[in-house]
Design a protein around this ligand. Structure first.
Ligand code: PLP
Length: 422
């Protein structure tokens, strides 16, 4: 469910015609819907009632300040994976006690910054990380709240690049070694071990892998408690998938996910955290792009867009599918023809879709990539010296540019010339 629908033959973002935004801001451009973001956050929040819980938005999926503020105003926590994301969360006004710090490679300076600014917990992924965090917290005279990320050895059945819960992945502490590592953590100064963390992957389209993982976590909590650890918090990660095509079988709903959480870990009496990213921001954004050329090749026709792989990398990087729809609704019954939809970057990998059936389009026409709100703008680069594209947030009948397109001068002036070249 999102708020990008056709009205009277034109695509709207909530109550604003997408073509109006494109005319005002230029293309390509990301457009986000406040109502969709809010709706998705609330679905998760309500799904965990009446458990004591916190929904921490995985801000690596979309870290624009305006997006963070929109969610923080509803009471969202943030799941950060770098010092930069921590700084962004703080800048958006999120208090430290609502920020959890995940990631396999936290550096000492990132840990220090989070301990100084306030942190809800560190999700620690290895023994060396435990030792460093202990030493830093101890030297600062503070106590770091810690959960250990357990790798439950569960197959998430998702794309290999975003599966994280198998023993061969780099993430977490093997569940078989968990008790030993908890004992080590309890003995270290500067740490308070408060819970267990798990995150098995992203874009999961079924509940079974989560259920297997959470059941293993519940068993582990009983063992850890028997060992004398006061386990009071569970971080169950993110990863619930979204439908990227209209025709797709729908992935599980947050409400089903919440029921499953209550069934598997509800009896433990723990405070529960989840870290959804994609399901909150994914369908809350589109990327709007204009057709530059329609090129008729040999046996293949190309739509060459002004958007490219540097703006939305998911198709090149994960073979991801995005529905691509014209901003002017095609007339009923109009013949659709297959196109390869590509960007202008000098790589064959700069292909969004092959043989995609589209209504007739001409230069200047606008198309929208659906479900582009997560892992879109945050993964963009300036490859080919293409400016990072602007981001726009819509709320009802208003819209605002929440990140402007840099000028070429701004981009170039970030380079420094060493004195020997002056
Ligand atoms: C990426 C990630 C998430 C969010 O995953 P989504 O698929 O966007 O929900 C949550 N937690 C951790 C630790 C992550 O690495």
């Amino acid at each position: 469910m999102d708020h990008f629908l056709y009205r009277d033959g034109a695509l709207y973002a909530e109550d604003v015609p997408v073509a109006e935004i494109a005319a005002a801001v230029g293309t390509p451009v990301y457009v986000y819907s406040t109502a969709t973001l809010e709706r998705h956050f609330r679905l998760f929040d309500e799904a965990l009632d009446p458990l004591d819980h916190l929904v921490c938005f995985a801000m690596k999926s979309n870290s624009n300040q305006a997006i963070l503020r929109t969610l923080a105003a509803l009471g969202a926590g943030m799941d950060v994976v770098s010092g930069g994301e921590y700084a962004r969360a703080k800048a958006a006004g999120v208090p430290g006690e609502r920020i959890v710090f995940s990631g396999v490679g936290k550096t000492g300076s990132e840990m220090r910054a989070a301990l100084e600014g306030g942190i809800r917990q560190f999700n620690v992924e290895s023994e060396p990380e435990l030792e460093i965090l202990s030493a830093i917290a101890d030297s600062m005279g503070v106590t770091a709240p810690v959960t250990l990320r357990i790798n439950p050895d569960v197959d998430a059945r998702t794309h290999a690049k975003i599966a994280t819960g198998k023993s061969e992945n780099k993430f977490g502490i093997p569940i078989a070694r968990a008790r030993e590592v908890y004992a080590r953590a309890a003995a270290l100064p500067g740490l308070e071990v408060i819970g267990v963390d798990v995150h098995i992957g992203s874009q999961l389209t079924e509940l079974e892998p989560f259920e297997l993982a959470y059941t293993k976590v519940a068993g582990l909590v009983e063992l850890l408690r028997a060992d004398g650890h006061a386990i009071r918090r569970l971080d169950l990660g993110g990863g619930l998938g979204i439908p990227y095509t209209r025709s797709n079988e729908a992935p599980p709903l947050p409400s089903d996910y919440g029921e499953m959480i209550k069934r598997t870990v509800g009896h433990l009496g723990c405070e529960v955290e989840i870290e959804p990213g994609r399901l909150i921001s994914g369908n809350a954004g589109i990327m709007v792009s204009a057709v530059i050329y329609v090129k008729n090749g040999e046996g293949r026709d190309f739509l060459i867009l002004d958007g490219a792989m540097n703006d939305l990398v998911r198709p090149s990087m994960y073979d991801a599918h995005h529905d691509i729809v014209p901003v002017v609704e095609p007339a009923a019954g109009v013949e659709q023809v297959p196109f390869d939809i590509v960007g202008p970057v000098c790589e064959t990998g700069d292909t969004f879709a092959r043989g995609r059936h589209m209504p007739p389009l001409k230069a200047g026409d606008l198309v929208a990539f659906r479900s582009a709100g997560a892992y879109g703008a945050v993964m963009a680069s300036e490859y080919n010296t293409r400016p990072l594209i602007p981001e726009v947030l819509v709320r009802g009948d208003q819209f605002a540019v929440i990140r402007a397109r840099p000028t070429f001068d701004e981009m170039i002036s970030r380079d420094n010339i060493p004195e020997w070249l002056l």
